[in-house]
Structure formats: structure tokens, C-alpha cells
Design a protein around this ligand. Sequence first.
Ligand code: ADP
Length: 158
Amino acid sequence: MRIAVYPGSFDPVTNGHLDIILRAAELFDRVIVAVSCNPKKKPLFTIEERVEILREVLAPYKNVEVGSFEGLTVNFCRKVGARALIRGLRAISDFEREFQMALTNKKLMPELETVFLMAKAEYSFLSSSMVKELAYYGGCVDQFVPPLVEKKLREKYR
Ligand code: ADP
């Protein structure tokens, strides 16, 4: 069975992330969306909230699961037996950091392949931070996130 892990902050999940997840689900037998607990970042949503939102949004997709992890992504990949690590690429600005991470991960776990999927054109400018900023100022985010996320953002910023 070909297992892929898609790690990220997902604070919160956007339509750009969802597009990558569904495309990965066509390529792999199982996709595990892994919410990373990065103590250096100050998230808006807790790990539990992010996992719960993702589980609800991804419930219709039977080969997609949601988990969370702390520490190195490669350790999580080893634990679940993943062959591939999925990352989404938006602009050139993503490239340098992603390239660095992919090369580091290759050193740490040579048998793990990082697979980059290019962002869909209409989502190539979309990020969780942009969505949060927009929601904070009362802007409409319904074309960028699933309805559940829109509702949760409204509750947070009420
Ligand atoms: P991280 O903190 O690991 O970058 P993110 O939740 O910001 O977590 O992103 C997770 C992954 O999804 C990254 O590979 C990122 O480049 C990708 N990604 C984020 N937004 C989009 C988007 N709009 N379209 C495609 N990929 C995206």
C-alpha cells in the first residue's frame, strides 16, 4: 500500500490545501494529513481544533485520514510507514524553504520521497495567514475556505 503524509500547520485549512489533498488522494492509496505542533508558531486554532476541522471537512474521502504530530516530520512518516511526503508549491517564494526541507529530509530518511504538487492557479496566492487577516478585519472568506472554517473564523474573531 502506498502511503503519503501531507504535513502542515493548517491554521486553518484553506481551499488550496484541500485541492492538494484531493489530488494526492488520487495518486496514493492512503493520504495522512498531519497537523504539526510547532511550539515556535503561535496558532489561532489549537491542534485539537485544527484536527477536528480537517476530520469533518475530509470525512467524505475514504482514503484520507487526519492525525497530528510533534517533532520531526520524518519520524512521523516512519511511524506510519509512508513512502512519500506531499508538499504544495505556490510561488517562487515557497521554493527555497521547501527545497531546503526536502534535502534535509532526504538526508534523514533516504527512502522517503518528497512529492511537490503545484498549487492550482486560483489558489496560488492563498495562504492561511491571508485568510486570518481578512477574517480579522471582517472580510468575506467564503471563496477561500470551506463553510465550516468560515464559521469557526467568525466565532474566533467575534
Ligand atoms: P507549513 O507551516 O508547514 O508551511 P501550511 O499549512 O502553511 O504549513 O502549508 C502546508 C503545505 O501546504 C505547504 O507545503 C504549503 O506550501 C502548502 N500550501 C499552503 N497553501 C497552499 C495553497 N494555497 N495551494 C497549494 N499549496 C498550499
